[in-house]
Design a protein around this ligand. Structure first.
Ligand SMILES: NC(=O)c1ccc[n+]([C@@H]2O[C@H](COP(=O)([O-])OP(=O)(O)OC[C@H]3O[C@@H](n4cnc5c(N)ncnc54)[C@H](O)[C@@H]3O)[C@@H](O)[C@H]2O)c1
Length: 390
């Protein structure tokens, strides 16, 4: 029987087409690409596409999202994978260092881990690369003057914003919530922290699942946007106090912390969908004086029992729960196929022209967005009608 990795590869139709093209044109011949991105089936399809283009690919995962089946598949297909699944930040850092020891000319980063480490231990020959996500862009923007190589930010393509962050993250967060907790959404009071593109999708999906959704947002313009989209936009303390479920998806730190325990409703579930496991300060919550005991359940749920009898539940220890929970599926195949087609085309562009002026931490070039959008529409929408149909 074929595996899920093979199902995903077969359905990454944009990447399949690009891999075929790359196997003839070999845009990465003689180059090493170092990657630090979630190792799960969709990234397998991306990394093997880069390999088809002639690259030596040296990879490690992100913290707490690596899937062993993905690692095994990559290794049997000639990708060098450093380490395996880990929750240990020190082990993760050592894996990243090993990727950089291969002195990759191109870096594919997710969260800015590899580029920031490169600045601590620079080497000759780095041409540039890509950064996948919002949190990485926020980390790398202040380092432009030191990095001084083209780094194209996939997140800042409008395609990634609407196809993945808004639609796909919203769907997969809802799907993950139901799979991990098996709890009802109808009539539940859900607070979403952050109304960026991910938060919009999360709010919309829970609204569609008949929850009463509130949005807590620090940016007044985004807050107005949420209000006009029909959500309650209370002050954060009020939004915390009434909630049955709180989802953080801000890219910030310590959005929820120990001092918030006093506000939380009995039975509330706390879940993070932001990239780094710092939006919910789990160590601070666990160490708070009001916590008298904890219970661990399988599938990544932990309950904190408080001295006044209330219980607060944490999902996947504050790690990005749509990729860190049990049997994680992550975002839909098609949304990631789009984003990873952007990745492949951007790395191809940097390899072809590493002197790109003023391209350090900038959005995907418009011609690449247009090319990927047209390719997707050709495959999924404009397919000719079968013969005989009208
Ligand atoms: N789970 C996934 O599969 C997935 C996929 C893509 C991106 N992400 C991650 O999700 C996070 C959000 O991404 P985005 O693209 O929506 O970012 P964004 O920058 O578009 O939106 C984040 C929003 O959070 C708000 N915010 C910041 N601090 C806040 C606070 N203390 N309280 C309330 N609101 C606050 C900001 O004002 C902003 O509007 C990032 O960490 C990103 O890397 C996760």
């Amino acid at each position: 029987m074929n595996t899920r990795v093979e199902w995903v590869r077969d359905n990454c139709r944009l990447l399949k087409g690009i891999a075929e093209e790359f196997s003839a044109s070999r845009p990465f011949e003689g180059l090493t690409i170092g990657t630090g991105i979630h190792l799960e089936p969709k990234t397998v399809a991306l990394l093997l596409t880069l390999k088809e283009g002639g690259a030596r690919v040296v990879s490690t995962g992100n913290l707490n999202s690596t899937q062993q089946t993905a690692v095994d598949h990559l290794r049997t297909h000639g990708v060098e994978v450093i380490g395996g699944p880990t929750r240990d930040p020190e082990e993760h850092r050592a894996n990243l260092v090993q990727v950089l020891e291969a002195r990759p000319q191109l870096i594919l980063d997710n969260g800015g881990d590899l580029f920031t480490l490169y600045l601590e231990r620079p080497y000759d020959g780095l041409l540039g690369g890509t950064e996948e996500t919002t949190s990485g862009r926020m980390r790398l923007e202040p380092l432009r003057a030191q990095l001084r190589v083209p780094i194209l930010v996939i997140n800042d393509s409008p395609i990634k914003q609407f196809a993945e962050n808004e639609h796909a993250v919203g769907q997969s967060v809802l799907e993950s919530y139901m799979r991990v907790t098996n709890r009802v959404t109808n009539g539940q009071r859900v607070t979403v922290f952050g109304y960026g593109s991910c938060g919009r999708g999360v709010a919309e999906n829970f609204k569609g699942a008949h929850a009463q959704v509130s949005v807590a947002e620090v940016d007044p313009v985004k807050r107005l946007n949420a209000h006009l989209d029909g959500y309650a936009t209370p002050h954060r303390d009020e939004a915390i106090a009434g909630a049955d479920l709180i989802v953080t998806v801000t890219g910030g730190e310590r959005i929820l912390r120990g001092s918030d325990l006093a506000l939380l409703k009995d039975g509330v579930i706390l879940a993070n969908a932001g990239h780094f496991p710092v939006e919910i300060d789990v160590p601070d919550l666990r160490a708070h004086a009001s916590v008298t005991a904890t219970t661990q359940y399988e599938d990544g749920v932990e309950s904190l029992h408080l001295d006044d009898g209330r219980t607060v539940h944490l999902v996947t220890e504050g790690h990005m729960f749509n990729l860190a929970g049990p049997r994680p599926l992550g975002n839909s195949i098609e949304s990631m196929d789009l984003g990873f087609a952007l990745q492949a085309r951007c790395l191809q562009a940097v390899a072809a022209d590493p002197t790109m002026a003023d391209a350090c931490v900038v959005p995907v070039p418009v011609d690449i967005d247009n090319r990927v959008a047209n390719a997707y529409l050709d495959l999924h929408y404009s397919a000719p009608l079968p013969a005989g149909s009208r």
